[in-house]
Design a protein around this ligand. Sequence first.
Ligand SMILES: NC(=O)c1ccc[n+]([C@@H]2O[C@H](COP(=O)([O-])OP(=O)(O)OC[C@H]3O[C@@H](n4cnc5c(N)ncnc54)[C@H](O)[C@@H]3O)[C@@H](O)[C@H]2O)c1
Length: 372
Amino acid sequence: MARYRIAWLPGDGIGVEVLAAARLVLDKLGLDAEYLPGDIGWEFWCREGDAFPARTIELLERVDAALFGAITSKPARSAAAELSPGLQGKGLTYRSPIVRMRQLFDLYICLRPCKAYPGNRLNFKEGIDLVVFRENTEDLYAGVEFAPVPKELADTLVKFAKPFAPFTKIPPDQYALSCKINTRAGCERIARAAFEFARKHRRKKVTVVHKANVVRATDGLFLETAKAVAKDFPEIDVDDANIDAMTMWLLKNPFNYDVLVAPNLYGDIISDLCAQMVGGLGFGCSGNIGSKLAVFEPTHGSAPKYAGQNKVNPIATILAAKMMLDWLGETTKATTLENAVARVIADGQVRTYDMGGTNTTLEMAAAIAEKL
Ligand SMILES: NC(=O)c1ccc[n+]([C@@H]2O[C@H](COP(=O)([O-])OP(=O)(O)OC[C@H]3O[C@@H](n4cnc5c(N)ncnc54)[C@H](O)[C@@H]3O)[C@@H](O)[C@H]2O)c1
């Protein structure tokens, strides 16, 4: 029996190609693993009315980790229109399978390291080395949304919140409501994860990202809780910034930042920004980590316009595989893999389209495998 059982979830569009590339590299590394394919994505929504079928959930219950490509998500109305005719009108509602997976398996940490590998011409600046901790199960992604807004709900809200009064004059189908929900426990554990990472990796500072001056209840809780956690880590500096200012400061002074911790939506936003600063989505890797399971993926989506062209950059996914190796405790293999990626980038001989080259997805993977 293989040492590790890894769920293999290619998903949609370029997810299939980047996972094939990662497999080429993992096989060359000789990871002692059994890869168990799982169904996830748009095809299963259209055909079965469920983008994250029960059989895939069961698969995730019995593996050590998972590698995931990407899925296509569409707004509720277009999703309903693409259901197969036999499933139309049955009240099925589309929800992003990756968001569901994060909540179902309580993968509360979204860890996104953004490192500028030396010599990457796409680096915003050489030497950038940021790590984003994004809370992964709560906030505006809690899935508590109303469109139209039920009258009973509006009547109750206005009783408790005066600013809601103007909205009660609007017909219920002319506005929508998405709830931002943050718990003290949720804020606490993501903040603690960020500080523990900083301690383990000898990082100097954790910056708490929020908008507590305006979004006072939820972001106020996030900031207050993170500051309280910081007291347990006196050797690590702590500061905080509003999300809007943070995007500006990150571009202006990226070297002033180290580890960033943020609620779900702001974390999503800054991790794309940080990924772009180290070469773009072709380099952004991500780990969805809980106490029992971890699912690793590139930060990017299914990029439908490039699907099936064997053209996109697999480095993000290969770095996600590196994160998976670290999480499994295969740190020597993880370092070997990262060094191989760094050497291919520094050599600059093999480059996919986003790096200004013409090499294919599989050629990039082969070049990395060659350096192992
Ligand atoms: N975790 C996920 O699976 C995930 C994340 C984001 C978006 N999505 C979904 O993906 C679909 C497409 O979304 P989108 O176009 O906004 O975002 P995307 O990340 O799929 O692609 C945006 C653009 O980034 C570039 N890009 C992305 N990956 C690249 C790679 N590996 N190499 C080189 N360039 C790359 C391409 O120019 C691409 O058009 C949507 O349905 C969206 O909901 C899924």
